[in-house]
Design a protein around this ligand. Structure first.
Ligand SMILES: Cc1cc2nc3c(=O)[nH]c(=O)nc-3n(C[C@H](O)[C@H](O)[C@H](O)COP(=O)(O)O)c2cc1C
Length: 326
């Protein structure tokens, strides 16, 4: 039995698992660990204050990845403060010889010509099939479609991953990753059964040893089940699935009173969340988190989490292939 798919062929990985970029968390150490574990990860460009810091991270990742493939995540959510530096990031990534980019947040159309000219393969990630079809028409190399269960930005329609994966597979012709709530090998096999070429995973990997966040934050996640997340910012059409903590409750109360983005910023700003990862205070800050936190059962090296995914997927395939008992 093999887990080879069009996704493993595209990325040159052993397994059809993509570790989606995670703001503040997907750094050189984590992405290199993903590479060595046989999956592909993406350094989040937006986590770095300037291009020099991003360049250092790319170089460190390459040194630690033992020649295995990795990429850079370029999230293009509407910028609230900074001037948009996406074009400069694309140039840097190309100059550094990075071969894979994960884009998200809005259409990659403007930047696709430069990415293609540099020979970079583009995985565009979206929360609904209609955007995946648009990206496919633009000529991206692969799409990832995430359902309502996902950590981070599940979009506005909130179609669940099971329906989204099956409908996407019917309509998308290029390599397709599906995600949102994926945390075990049985779900990887289910995704393949639904017609996808692999899965994109975020939440399940936060408890990996290589994630720099404070041990107390990870320990908090170990005790949680699939009901431990909630949606904020729906009223602003910028829905986020986050850890259901004090901040989320405050934000939801403010939203019921008609709060504007400016009212919410002191609570949802990325800098507040980053401080929580630093101190381990999981109650203050909007922490992107999906329902797959239910599968986060121990703090261990990423390679061990991935190994359990793989073992379970292979066992599931052989169980399904076995004839029913008489
Ligand atoms: C803590 C966290 C931060 C994330 N930050 C980003 C990001 O900066 N850019 C991005 O494209 N996706 C981001 N995501 C989404 C993931 O890349 C991935 O699509 C998602 O986690 C998959 O769903 P799951 O959490 O159910 O596994 C983030 C997710 C989490 C959990």
């Amino acid at each position: 039995v093999s887990l080879r798919t069009r996704a493993t062929d595209l990325f040159g990985t052993r397994l059809p698992i993509v570790a989606g970029g995670m703001q503040w968390l997907s750094d050189a150490a984590y992405v290199a660990a993903a590479a060595r574990a046989g999956i592909i990860g993406f350094i989040t460009a937006a986590s770095y204050p300037d291009l020099e810091a991003l360049r250092d991270a790319i170089r460190r990742c390459r040194d630690d990845a033992d020649g295995a493939p990795f990429g850079v995540n370029i999230s293009m959510l509407p910028k609230l403060t900074d001037a948009d530096r996406t074009a400069a990031v694309v140039d840097l990534v190309a100059a550094e010889g990075v071969r894979f980019v994960e884009t998200s947040g809005r259409s990659p159309e403007t930047h696709l010509p430069s990415l293609k000219a540099a020979g970079i393969k583009v995985l565009h990630k979206v929360p609904a099939v209609k955007y995946a079809l648009k990206a496919e028409a633009l000529g991206v190399d692969a799409v990832a479609v995430v359902g309502a269960e996902c950590g981070g930005h599940p979009g506005q329609e909130l179609v669940g991953t099971f329906v989204q994966a099956a409908t996407a597979a019917e309509r998308i012709r290029i390599p397709l990753l599906v995600g949102g709530g994926v945390g075990c090998g049985r779900q990887l096999v289910a995704a393949l059964a639904l017609g996808a070429d692999g899965v994109v995973v975020g939440t399940r990997f936060i408890v990996a040893s290589e994630i720099w966040a404070h041990e107390d934050y990870k320990r908090r996640l170990l005790g949680l089940d699939e009901t431990a997340t909630t949606l904020i910012m729906q009223s602003l059409r910028n829905t986020m699935r986050v850890l259901a903590n004090d901040t989320a409750a405050i934000v939801q109360a403010l939203e019921r009173q008609g709060a504007t983005l400016a009212d919410l910023m002191p609570h949802v700003a990325g800098s507040v969340g980053r401080r929580g990862y630093e101190t381990g205070d999981a109650d203050t800050g909007a922490f992107s988190l999906g329902q797959a936190v239910a599968f986060a059962d121990r703090i261990e090296p990423l390679a061990d989490i991935v190994r359990r995914f793989e073992d379970e997927a292979l066992a599931t395939l052989s169980r399904l292939g076995r004839p029913a008992p008489p």
